[in-house]
Design a binder for this molecule. Structure first.
Ligand code: C5P
Length: 222
């Protein structure tokens, strides 16, 4: 029997990755973090001194890269050409430049193709911005996760402070707002809910509550 696919989209900091990973664990499905793939291309461009706004050069880079997402201890390890870059893709520097790479139509085409291949057999929980609308439009369950900008900024702040970064809360909020605006207004597969997505506002909800809500929804799809 073909397993279901779950698409989880939404703005930055809505808790998609944490929730998607836990839902995948509970349903014994494969978790695919598509943001990690855009981050991996961004990191490699920065490492090689490639201008992230040079669409041709970044697309050539994306085309040559072998990106692998490997489950490890309940988390997801990210490898590029065999090198582990799991932590490096989360630095503020990568976050600052990722919108430019995500707005590159050729890069989107290359990564969306890889993502479709990962999801073609079903059995995935994939999170991103365009999964329900573009990458897996036939996913059995589509969830659009949101939360207030204050709550999203606070979650990101806590996460980064825990990792040892010193940050300005207002600046972080602005960065999230900027990234959302870029994602919503780009020409190719912008961030928006699929027509048949279930909207879930996670403001004030705990992670287990959000996970449970999605598990309940998934039961209606099997
Ligand atoms: O999910 P995360 O915040 O790690 O994603 C990083 C960036 O990758 C987002 O800000 C967005 O610009 C881009 N992205 C995208 N489409 C996806 C997943 C992520 O454009 N499916």
């Amino acid at each position: 029997m073909r397993s279901i696919s779950v698409a989880i989209d939404g703005p930055a900091g809505a808790g998609k990755s944490t929730v998607a990973r836990l839902v995948a664990q509970q349903l014994h499905l494969t978790y695919v973090d598509t943001g990690a793939m855009y981050r991996a291309v961004t990191l490699q461009a920065l490492k090689r001194g490639i201008d992230v706004t040079d669409e041709g050069a970044v697309a050539r880079l994306a085309n040559q890269m072998d990106i692998a997402l490997t489950p490890a201890d309940g988390e997801l390890d990210v490898f590029v050409d065999g090198q582990r870059i799991t932590e490096e893709i989360r630095t503020p520097e990568v976050t600052t430049h990722v919108s430019a790479v995500a707005g590159n139509p050729e890069v989107r085409k290359i990564l969306a193709q890889k993502q479709r291949e990962m999801g073609e057999e079903g059995g995935v929980v994939m999170d991103g911005r365009d999964i329900g609308t573009h990458v897996l439009p036939a996913a059995e369950l589509k969830v659009y996760l949101t939360a207030s900008i204050e709550e999203r900024a606070q979650r990101r702040y806590n996460e980064l402070v825990q990792k040892g970064y010193q940050l300005d809360w207002e600046q972080l909020k602005e960065e999230i707002r900027y990234r959302d605006e870029q994602d919503r207004n780009r020409q190719h597969s912008p961030l928006k809910p699929a027509d048949d997505a279930v909207h879930l506002d996670t403001t004030g909800l705990t992670i287990p509550e959000v996970v449970q809500a999605i598990l309940d929804l998934s039961r209606t799809k099997v």
